[in-house]
Design a protein around this ligand. Structure first.
Ligand SMILES: CC(C)(COP(=O)(O)OP(=O)(O)OC[C@H]1O[C@@H](n2cnc3c(N)ncnc32)[C@H](O)[C@@H]1OP(=O)(O)O)[C@@H](O)C(=O)NCCC(=O)NCCS
Length: 159
């Protein structure tokens, strides 16, 4: 079993004293420390959003996945994603983020696979998202298709 696979399954923890990783765990609990989430979003340079709105968005999301690096009793938020849904056919994934220190190691892929598993377990078959231009290939690798059959995303913003 590979090093990262062991981390994700929690079968074994690393004993490498230079490593910043201990054990990677996922949670679908909505009781998220909003300040920790804000720190994570700050770390990737996202604009700050009012915490009361972030709290509301999380409360009203269909599914929330947090990814933690857990060491003994301490766990540190290193990844996050959430999805909204009509609870029957469609879901849209939002706010996919992995802390820069943990990027490029398969964490984003594991996070996406986890949220897709959660949605598939609820029999949601149409999963969409809005990709920033620099991450289109990240989502393509996970099986997402841009503009299927020419369908285009359209947006309306207040003037
Ligand atoms: C996008 C993001 C979640 C990817 O997480 P990550 O942990 O670095 O991704 P992974 O290591 O799991 O990468 C999985 C695969 O996608 C590829 N990949 C990762 N980021 C990529 C990118 N920006 N463009 C193209 N491919 C990318 C990896 O090379 C890897 O390929 P492989 O399976 O062939 O080895 C992370 O970079 C991030 O949080 N970015 C800042 C926030 C952001 O832009 N979120 C998306 C908003 S739409």
């Amino acid at each position: 079993m590979s090093f990262w696979k062991r981390l994700f399954t929690g079968v074994e923890t690393t004993t490498d004293s230079d490593s910043v990783y201990d054990r990677i765990v996922f949670s679908t609990n909505r009781e998220i420390d909003l300040y920790e989430l804000e720190e994570l979003c700050d770390a990737v340079g996202w604009s700050r959003r009012p915490l009361r709105k972030v709290k509301k968005a999380i409360e009203h999301s269909f599914c929330v996945v947090s990814m933690y690096n857990q060491s003994n009793d301490f766990k540190h938020l290193i990844g996050f994603a959430r999805a909204t849904s009509d609870h029957a056919f469609n879901a849209t994934i939002w706010d996919v983020v992995v802390h820069p220190e943990y990027q490029g190691k398969g964490m984003g892929k594991a996070l996406m696979e986890k949220i897709i598993d959660e949605l598939r377990a609820e029999d949601i078959s149409n999963i969409t998202l809005f990709a920033d231009p620099h991450v289109v290939d990240f989502y393509r690798r996970l099986g997402f298709v841009a503009d299927p059959e020419g369908i285009r995303g359209m947006f309306w913003y207040p003037e």
